[in-house]
Design a protein around this ligand. Structure first.
Ligand code: UD1
Ligand code: CA
Length: 459
């Protein structure tokens, strides 16, 4: 059956004590509302998903733009019923089922939404809500059911009688309803006498009084329904999401040592038989191939690492590419737009930026290589520095295949060093070096025989 999803995300979230809208806070490497949009994708096409925005609407819409979902503005936050009513213009023509989700519940899974849709579709009811039992129901709407478990009404915490306050079956705020009945009856919701807000929850009593049946789908694990109100809950959600991600990766064939110490964003991909050591962090859209090793404390942000490559401990790498069987680190730094080609090796305290290190090339110790193209099998000696910046502009350096750059060389860009050439240790290279040449750019050594002995005798 066709399903339309509306995600309510217009609120500010006062208890976050933040200048940023609540749904933009991040857990598991994604904004809260991004998780909800992903889950919604299991039951609806992007063209049938609408997000109600209000607080920081532009920022929320920008974050979700890549998902291709629609947006509806709610300029004043007059309650969940009012929020849904804003969608009438865009979504009312869409038949089938209407699922309502909230933007601040990032743990809800695709499987649960599919179950909710299927239960509603096969029930003949006007709508189904997700309920759960919590030890402390304070603040939640209580679900009042009859002897058959059908829903009679939802009573908000503030409107509860002392008897109703004892009910610990709560409304998750997540519903799947017959779309035609919602759009026909939404305008019947009256402002709550206490708060003046239009409560979407009132639709249940309205439909029931028209003779419709309303059902509940009870979730045993309330964790999945965790709504984020404070930064403490934000941290809990982050912990749960990352644990789920690690579990999924381990089940798919990734080895993790001390997995609870490893941080992996939800969008990261890791291939079979890769080993991840303690304290590693894999962030953003990082993709790791098969049979790789990611060392302890390594931080990889938006990286691509091909199969068989090794990132040794405490390396920090961003927006770069490491080809098959290459080696990086320990203590290496790859800044954006770097390519370490097949079998190349980058050692400790080597920094590369916007640089290509050719196949089998090596830069083993203490170097800075910026804005450079380095050929295959070239060896960059310890302490080599490329001076890519003249104080105003950046310049490129090109080093051919099979070149030997002696230790402690300084290469002043722009400069070209031809294939199979040598640069003597300690050189300052300002002019191009032709293919097969030796370049020496340093003062000739002077030796004064017996100088030290004579000095000792004088004393
Ligand atoms: C709501 C339910 C309550 C349920 C609880 C579960 C109502 C009246 N009550 O209460 O039964 O137990 O969720 O967490 O619906 N929003 C808008 N525009 C508005 C108001 C809210 O977009 O004008 C959005 C918020 O950004 C939020 C969601 O709707 O994502 C829920 O609103 P919130 O104020 O948190 O509702 P609760 O009081 O928690
Ligand atoms: Ca809430």
């Amino acid at each position: 059956m066709n399903t339309t999803v509306v995600i309510l995300a217009a609120g500010l979230g006062t208890r976050m004590r933040s200048k940023q809208a609540k749904v933009l806070h991040r857990a598991g490497g994604r904004a809260l509302v991004e998780h909800v949009v992903r889950s919604a994708g299991a039951v609806a096409e992007p063209g049938r998903i609408f997000v109600v925005t209000g607080h920081q609407a532009e920022a929320v819409e920008q974050t979700l733009a890549p998902a291709g979902v629609g947006f509806v503005r709610q300029t004043e936050q007059k309650g969940t019923g009012h929020a849904l009513a804003q969608c009438a213009g865009q979504a009312a023509g869409l038949d089938g089922l209407l699922m309502v989700l909230v933007g601040d519940a990032p743990l809800l899974t695709q499987e649960t939404l599919v179950r909710l849709r299927d239960q509603q579709a096969g029930s003949g009811a006007a709508g189904t809500l997700i309920s759960t039992t919590v030890p402390d129901p304070a603040g939640y709407g209580r679900v009042i059911t009859d002897a058959n478990g059908d829903v009679l009404e939802i009573v908000e915490h503030k409107s509860c009688t002392p008897e109703q306050l004892k009910i610990n079956v709560i409304n998750s705020g997540i519903y799947c309803l017959r779309a035609d009945l919602v759009w026909k009856n939404l305008s019947l919701i009256q402002p709550n006498p206490g708060s003046g807000e239009y409560y979407l929850t009132d639709i249940f009593e309205i439909l029931r009084k028209q003779g419709h049946r309303l059902g509940a789908m009870h979730l045993l694990d309330p964790n999945e329904l965790l709504g984020i109100n404070t930064r403490i809950e934000l941290a809990q959600a982050d912990t749960i999401l990352r644990a789920r991600k690690r579990r999924a990766l381990m089940l798919s064939g990734v080895t993790m040592e001390q997995p609870e110490s490893i941080t992996i964003d939800m969008d990261v991909e890791v291939g079979q038989d890769t080993v991840i050591e303690p304290q590693a962090r894999l962030l953003g859209a990082t993709k790791i191939g098969e049979g790789c090793r990611i060392g302890a404390g390594a931080i990889l942000d938006n990286m691509t690492v091909e199969s068989g490559a090794q990132i040794h401990p405490y390396s920090v790498a961003t927006q770069s590419y490491v080809a098959a069987r290459a080696q990086v680190g320990p203590f290496a730094r790859l800044r954006p737009n770097t390519r370490i080609e097949e079998g190349a090796e980058v050692g400790n305290f080597a920094e590369l930026k916007n640089t290509r290190l050719g196949p089998g090339a090596k830069s083993h110790h203490v170097s800075y290589l910026g804005d450079a193209d380095i050929g295959a099998k070239t060896n960059i000696g310890a302490g080599t520095i490329i001076c890519n910046y003249d104080g105003a502009k950046k310049h490129r350096t090109t080093i051919g295949d099979g070149v030997f750059i002696g230790s402690n060389s300084t290469l002043v860009a722009p400069v070209e060093i031809g294939a199979e050439s040598y640069v003597a240790a300690g050189s300052v290279i300002t002019d191009g070096v032709p293919k097969d040449a030796l370049a020496l750019g340093r003062a000739r050594q002077t030796v004064k025989p017996e100088w030290a002995a004579k000095r000792r005798q004088k004393k």
